[in-house]
Design a protein around this ligand. Structure first.
Ligand code: NAP
Length: 250
């Protein structure tokens, strides 16, 4: 059994979540990799982690659906180790457009995955980790975005607003559970090379914008994963309600 307890990474099958799950397994966490649709990617990642000597399992759930979140955490409850860490990573965005073109259905989808999902997952994690609930404490890291500060005009202000909500969640929940053994922090990635930009209709978005990045390049998922793992670790024992911007200076 791994030494550091169980880490749940939502949306852990691809992109930043996958890099986080892989690094966490290398550091001794037993990793639960949640995914929504891409079972193949999640299973391939589990196989890669196991080949490297780590422990991982893939669990399907749409974090925007309460019943599926409950099922996800109940599956984790059946594992022999306690949940000690949550990375609220699952996130989505849709086709780039102005707010005056967006449908209510789209806004609901984006907010359901990016805001309701992390709130529900954080709630379930607190119910298990909090010393007030008989737990042993733990750490939560939320995936915000530089979009929370920049606003993503003409692309996806809905997404940016959802990440603003993640910032508020991080600040408030950190204070709420600071005396119950749980630290809550967030990372704000900038332009990171993953498939999420293609989902917005512009696969080359990082390349288009990289001249606006002081460091002159986009970031790699592994560079975000290392900051997440630090925030989860005892090295960050006095950090709560805080943020690490990973944006190459943007
Ligand atoms: P990605 O490559 O598009 O991967 C997204 C992951 O989230 C996938 O594993 C996907 O599952 C999962 N997911 C989406 N909706 C879900 C739902 N409702 N329930 C469960 N899982 C769901 O994205 P990424 O770039 O790695 O982004 C990860 C996080 O970082 C997101 O919160 C994103 O907003 C944030 N972020 C990214 C960037 C960037 O430049 N890439 C910058 C700032 C912040 P399936 O594989 O099953 O589809």
């Amino acid at each position: 059994m791994a030494g550091r307890g169980i880490l749940l990474v939502t949306g852990g099958g691809r992109g930043i979540g996958a890099a986080t799950a892989r690094l966490a397994a290398q550091r001794g966490y037993r990793v639960c990799i949640n995914y929504r649709r891409d079972a193949e990617a999640a299973q391939a990642l589990v196989a890669a982690i196991v080949r490297e000597g780590g422990e991982a399992l893939a669990l399907q759930a749409d974090v925007s659906q309460e019943a599926e979140v409950l099922r996800l955490f109940e599956a984790i409850d059946r594992l022999p180790d306690p949940l000690t860490a949550l990375v609220n990573n699952a996130g989505t965005l849709e086709q780039q457009m102005r707010l005056d073109e967006m449908s209510a259905a789209r806004l609901q989808r984006v907010l359901a995955t990016n805001v309701l999902g992390p709130l529900l997952c954080a709630r379930e994690a607190v119910r298990r980790m909090s010393t007030a609930h008989g737990g042993r404490g733990g750490a939560i890291v939320n995936l915000s975005s530089m979009a929370a500060r920049l606003g993503s005009p003409n692309e996806y202000v809905d997404y940016a607003a959802s990440k603003g909500a993640i910032d508020s969640l991080t600040i408030g929940l950190a204070k709420e559970v600071a005396g119950e053994g749980i630290r809550v922090n967030a990372v704000r990635p900038g332009l990171i090379h993953t498939d999420i930009h293609a989902q917005g209709g512009e696969p080359g978005r990082v390349e288009r914008l990289q001249s606006s990045i002081p460091m002159g390049r986009g970031g790699q998922p592994e560079e975000v994963a290392r900051a997440i793992l630090w925030l989860l670790s005892d090295e960050a024992s006095y950090a709560t309600g805080t943020f690490i911007d990973l944006s190459g200076g943007r």
